[in-house]
Design a protein around this ligand. Structure first.
Ligand SMILES: [Zn+2]
Length: 297
């Protein structure tokens, strides 16, 4: 395998590069947290959408009508405490700006804003869906600024989830294998991906998913980069997989088609120089960087 596997990328991927100090030592202290909230700025969310104004996330002083909403501590930006607040209601609360879906917002927001909004979305979404103890069914209470929920009945503690997902590009010489997921919009080909299952290493998950989806045998697995992906709470683990031959057989269920592409082809397609029905992933997705870094190596 060529040496690209030894050079992990240093640029932050979309939703990565979060600049906030999460103050994990202090945030467990309720009085410290209350003092931060007094001077805090709050990113409002409504239905999992961050408030965006003038292509920036909106950070607003506290408003009394937000009392009772799920409010999580994001961290300190310098000395400035930042929080996210989930606003209820059937219609968007009347604030300056627009509650934008996270995915399209990631195309227009600066990297810092996307990372902060992604953190807020993943946290709030977890709290919205984890109000009751999975152990005994009692309503749980938020602790540590949102990084823990505690059960007052059985004492169980629950922590916000991050779900590891392997995303991998099989490579062989000058070619890589890309697949079209049956759920993808027409023409989009990407790396293969799947959740890491309990009792599995990252490498084993890569091999299993490739066997299941494309029935392709691979040798060495190398790690490339990772990316938080708040839909709702994944951590994408980008890998290359050394294919042992060009033979493959798609499952026809999850993967509708797969093709080998040369480095020249990948470069041309990522640059938008080829106009046909096939599309490769956009730069907000780690799959784009997996392909790009390999093709430009
Ligand atoms: Zn409980």
């Amino acid at each position: 395998m060529s040496n690209f596997n030894l050079r992990n990328i240093t640029r932050a991927l979309t939703f990565g590069g979060n600049p906030l100090d999460r103050a994990s030592a202090q945030r467990a202290d309720p009085s410290w947290l209350a003092a931060q909230a007094k001077g805090g700025l709050f990113l409002p969310f409504w239905q999992n959408r961050p408030l965006v104004a003038d292509a920036r996330i909106a950070l607003l002083p506290w408003r009394g009508e937000w009392e009772g909403g799920i409010c999580v501590f994001l961290g300190l930006e310098g000395a400035q405490p930042l929080f996210a607040i989930d606003l209820a209601g059937e219609t968007p609360p009347p604030l300056d700006g627009e509650f934008q879906e996270m995915r399209p917002a990631a195309f227009v927001l600066p990297a810092r804003d996307t990372a902060i909004a992604g953190q807020g979305k993943a946290l709030i979404d977890w709290h919205r869906r984890h109000g009751f103890c999975p152990n005994c069914g009692t309503a749980t209470v938020m602790r540590d600024g949102g990084y823990r929920r505690a059960c007052p009945h059985c004492g169980a503690e629950h922590f916000p989830r991050t779900d590891p997902v392997v995303i991998m590009l099989p490579v062989l010489g000058n070619a890589c294998l890309v697949g079209r997921n049956a759920r993808f919009p027409g023409g989009l080909y990407s790396a293969f991906a799947g959740f890491v299952e309990p009792g599995e290493t990252m490498e084993e998950a890569v091999r299993r998913e490739l066997r299941e989806e494309a029935n392709i045998a691979v040798g060495a697995i190398s790690y490339h980069a990772s990316q938080p992906w708040p839909f709702p709470s994944s951590l994408m683990l980008g890998c290359y997989a050394q294919a042992l031959s060009r033979d493959f057989q798609i499952d026809g269920v999850e993967i509708a088609d797969a093709r080998w592409l040369t480095k020249d082809d990948v470069r041309a397609r990522l640059a938008g120089a080829l106009e046909d029905e096939m599309k490769l992933p956009v730069p907000i997705a780690i799959a784009h960087h997996l392909m790009r870094d390999w093709a430009e190596e």
